[in-house]
Design a protein around this ligand. Sequence first.
Ligand code: DAH
Length: 345
Amino acid sequence: MLQEKITQYTEEINAFSTAKAAELEQFRIKFLGTKGIIKDIFDEFKAVSPEEKRTLGKVLNVFKQLAESKYQALKEQSTETSAGKEEGLDLTLPGEGFEIGSRHPLALVRKEIVEIFNKLGFIVAEGPEIEDDWHNFSALNFPEEHPARDMQDTFFIKKGGEKGDIALRTHTSSVQVRMMESGKPPFRAIMPGRVYRNEAISARAHCFFHQVEGLYVDENVSFADLKQTLFYFVQEMYGEGTKVRFRPSYFPFTEPSAEMDISCTICKGAGCQFCKYSGWVEILGCGMVDPNVLENCGIDAKKYSGFAFGMGIERITNLKFEIKDLRLFSENDVRFLKQYKTTLI
Ligand code: DAH
């Protein structure tokens, strides 16, 4: 009887394994406790015959040792595993800093541009990145054979839709068209967004980048309004005293057209490697909206006039933070992105 019990409990003890303190405590109470199995067995042992005592005595001692050593071993294991958790915890230590992410430099500059133009009453408008020929080219007065339509510049998606070939927009000027088509003047908006061009990726060119388009259409809008608006923008963005100059240029959708330079933000106009020792850097294209474009969008060009401009956000950021390699903007290297933490929010 007693021998059978011992064999059965031996099996149970051998099979038992846990690192959980509560289960181990139950084990201790069950086998080693003052009212536990070992105590019971020793009590029963007292009643057996003297011959049996001789053989069973040893078995009983081995059994008791087994229960005790099992308990010890498991106990050590369980303190080892909880030690890492409990002993390593020092509640008096200062908390670990909570690292919040930082804004992408392009997002910071985009936000700043939006805020500056908001102050002048420009709202923000957006349009699709997948665009048709009409909105990206034709309505903007691009001649049929214009090189910008070429496969080399444009990522075409589908040939010949209802409004011409479908492509990734090559500039945000397409949003001008959408805005004018779908509303009535006056329009005063800036249109930030991503644009795509089929260019080999290098430090100075990328197959996608970001632009901000600007449009102001109303009665009696003049080139003087354009100049003053952009002058204000530059003072806000790069600080008072930054000079601007306009050079005649050509865009199919503006007449007259100009490119605007600002005095080099790095050498303040004295001449450095960055501005190729000219003291000036180009930041945007602009002009008076061509009457053909107004008419294409259903606006009476005899009554209304307007100006437009377009700038690359990468370029503006480049001048603000002196980031020279365009690839940095899209590589998502945390070491680069982290540096813009201080200008957060
Ligand atoms: N769309 C032109 C480009 O991508 C930029 C531009 C120039 C926009 C003159 C304009 C503008 O609105 O008037 O290079």
